[in-house]
Write a protein that binds this ligand. Sequence first.
Ligand SMILES: Nc1ncnc2c1ncn2[C@@H]1O[C@H](COP(=O)(O)OP(=O)(O)OP(=O)(O)O)[C@@H](O)[C@H]1O
Ligand SMILES: [Mg+2]
Length: 290
Amino acid sequence: MYFTKILEFPRAVESDDIVPGASVREELRFVPPSKLSVEKVSKTFRTRTGPVQALDRVSLQVGEGEFVCLVGASGCGKSTLLNMIAGLEKPDDGTVTADGLRVTAPGRERLVMFQESALFPWLDVLGNVLFGLRMKPNLTSKDRKEVARYYLDLVGLSRFERSNIHELSGGMKQRVALARALAPNPRMLLMDEPFAALDALTREQLYGDLQQIWESRRKTIIFVTHNVREAACLGDRVLLFSPHPGRVREEFLIRLPRPRDINSPELAEYASRIMRSLKGYKNDIKEVAE
Ligand SMILES: Nc1ncnc2c1ncn2[C@@H]1O[C@H](COP(=O)(O)OP(=O)(O)OP(=O)(O)O)[C@@H](O)[C@H]1O
Ligand SMILES: [Mg+2]
């Protein structure tokens, strides 16, 4: 199994540890995952048909290394919130703070992975992962390749490093995108429906792999999905949003041991509780609209 290889790398490297390949070991070292604080964030978009309030005083605290899933109907502001945490969007009111610092711009500690893998078709698999490492002046080109290969191994794609992107399946593309997001060793991963376009079987494999990667690389993960089972399978916590305006309505703590099986009856029970609430909020909206 490719995951066993992770154990060959140290979790932390002593600063005076000067050995061959030390810069690669330093690059792969354990970095503490991020702590996030979102305080009363609001956002209204001005559109041609009038203002759209995407978020209304949304607050949320995420602990170091926590895996939090955001679910909710389309248009309830999940992507807007994720983009704000990434520093791609600015709130009208409220603050986003990561590790005690106000988020005002994108940073390499918080990387985003989208539904569409957004890979570069003119680069091969290895080239795409190397792209994430281009801003690492401390690494030689050989070091970069070593680091990129480590992450390709982690996502199970070592054999495909010279493949062209158009030769890959949807699931493989998302694995490359995951390796590319992990390669700069961020403290937080922001994932916006990364598996939504994949078939059920491929998704299932990725749930298992993502849980293992999260255990071994220990990132704080904020994961947006429409799929309540997926949320219950992956999240320590699931936050349920309601739309117009986007608000956090409910929070579910998922007290299931890991690794979790998406098909387990206990997980199905959590998923149906979340789904019941989700439908409840949809009905509220329908009543208001009628
Ligand atoms: N750049 C923008 N300009 C205008 N309106 C926007 C913009 N981005 C988002 N919105 C609006 O803000 C609201 C929230 O959008 P957002 O994309 O955050 O929702 P979402 O929960 O991610 O939805 P989905 O589940 O469909 O991805 C929607 O009504 C959307 O139309
Ligand atoms: Mg979205």
